[in-house]
Design a protein around this ligand. Structure first.
Ligand code: PLP
Length: 442
């Protein structure tokens, strides 16, 4: 069973903290995927992080390929971000009034993504997608939301539905505590399936408020939209008067300075831009800051201007926005080729090591985001993603962890690099791979 994985004995201080945590925190973690349930063993309690390195409660160092699930694109405790946070915090932690940093961060985001005119700042990706869905329903006066299996948009009731393949499946809730009524207006379709989308709109078009999609899927592992898929989303939604919500919480400012929108560019968005974008992760630089945005016309439906209510005590927090702004300033055009080169080096070495041991695998990309799937064939949707050798990934993960490399503790996640991943950090990864591939093969 996963919980008896030998990795448990290698981290006594983490194991002790885990035991204490289990008494006062449900499942010992504040976000389920941190629990190592999928790979077994003891999650490392991290006490410090700098650049590409994590240091755990036992004082062991790991090269970080988790990057806090995406935000830490410049590496941990980057000096410029630290200085901005320090400077902002000295001027107070939260005002509950408008403040300049909110304007600066909103301007920075709007400058990067051409069709964006306005953004509303919130504190998490979940809040951003929840608000985007409400806005889309408010703008259109319709109820139904279409999402894709395997896409994660945070723990929003209406979006916690991923089950059901086939055409126009009426989704069942994925979580207890989500009444059927909360997902009865959610239709789940297979990712990258234009025909399914067309059939659904032909049948129920006038009811559909919006299609929400991960701009490039990262939450079933990295599954980029197939050529023509993004364009079809835009074309079909527009034909039927529905909005298109592009969730760039993970890809935003990560795949390029303008996110997936900037990367796929003309080819993907020839039929037009999404109506609403959502952002999080990188734009908070490790602090709770997220956003949703669109044209001034669409965003004008929000209170206090319009009838769609949305609010937050800590929205646009002065310290979080300072961190986000400093992080985005560090997201220069030069950063992205560097991230991609680092990621390429790691992925190529992983692939070579796995091939040498005869382990079936395939690597998929969205900018510098990548996943190693433990199966031979390419992955185009959630059914494909689930059809992989997760036990082999678990063995690979633990061998890497033992050698000082912290991968995501799940086979269904992207691997993230940062601008701080230098030759030393990459060297540790390359050295660890052959034994990890052997473990995967065993
Ligand atoms: N949307 C996407 C694409 C995400 O990857 C995530 C988080 O992983 C979310 C939304 C939810 O963001 P948060 O965890 O900040 O609520």
């Amino acid at each position: 069973s996963p919980s008896t994985h030998p990795g448990t004995t290698d981290a006594p201080a983490s194991a002790a903290l885990l035991e204490r945590a289990a008494r006062v925190i449900p499942g010992a973690v504040n976000s389920p995927v941190r629990a190592f349930r999928a790979v077994g063993g003891t999650p490392r309690f991290i006490r410090e992080a700098k650049g590409p390195w994590l240091t755990d409660a036992d004082g062991r160092r790991y090269v970080d390929l988790l990057c806090s699930w995406g935000p830490m694109i410049l590496g941990h405790a980057h000096p410029d971000v630290l200085a901005a946070v320090d400077e902002a915090a000295r001027r107070g932690f939260s005002f509950g009034t408008p403040s300049e940093n909110e304007v600066l961060l909103a301007e920075e985001i709007v400058d990067r993504i051409e069709p964006l005119e306005q953004v509303r700042l919130v504190s998490s990706g979940t809040e951003a997608t929840m608000s985007a869905v409400r806005l889309a329903r408010g703008v259109t006066g319709r109820s139904v939301i279409v999402k894709f299996a395997g896409c994660y948009h945070g723990h929003v009731d209406a979006l916690l539905a991923a089950a059901g393949s086939g055409v126009a499946t009426l989704a069942l809730p994925d979580s207890a505590g989500v009444p059927t009524e909360m997902t009865s207006d959610t239709i789940v379709l297979p990712y990258n399936d234009i025909a399914a989308l067309e059939e659904t709109f032909a049948a129920r078009g006038p009811e559909i408020a919006a299609v929400i999609t991960e701009a490039a899927a990262g939450n079933m592992g990295v599954v980029p939209p197939a050529p023509g898929f993004t364009d079809a989303l835009r074309r079909i939604t527009r034909e039927h008067g529905a909005l298109l919500i592009s969730d760039e919480v993970m890809t935003g400012f990560r795949c390029s300075r303008a996110g997936w929108f900037g990367l796929e560019g003309e080819a993907g968005y020839a039929a037009g831009a999404p109506d609403i974008f959502t952002f999080g992760k990188v734009m908070g630089g490790g602090f709770p800051a997220a956003a949703f945005g669109g044209t001034a016309e669409v965003m004008g439906h929000l209170a206090p201007q319009g009838p769609v209510y949305q609010a937050g005590t800590l929205s646009g927090n002065p310290v979080a926005t300072a961190a986000g702004l400093a992080t985005l300033k560090g997201c220069t055009p030069e950063l992205y080729p560097r991230l991609e080169a680092t990621a390429r080096t790691i992925a190529d070495a992983a692939s070579a090591a796995l091939s040498a041991e005869g382990v079936a695998h395939t690597v998929q990309w969205a900018g510098s985001m990548f996943s190693v799937f433990f199966r031979e064939a390419p992955v185009t949707n959630y059914d494909d993603a689930r059809d992989q050798d997760t036990a082999a990934y678990g063995r690979f993960f633990h061998a890497m962890l033992d050698a000082g490399v912290h991968l995501p503790p799940s086979a269904f996640e992207a691997w993230f690099v940062s601008g701080a991943h230098d030759d030393e950090a990459v060297g540790v990864i390359l050295d660890a791979l052959p034994a990890a591939a052997k473990a995967a093969a065993s």
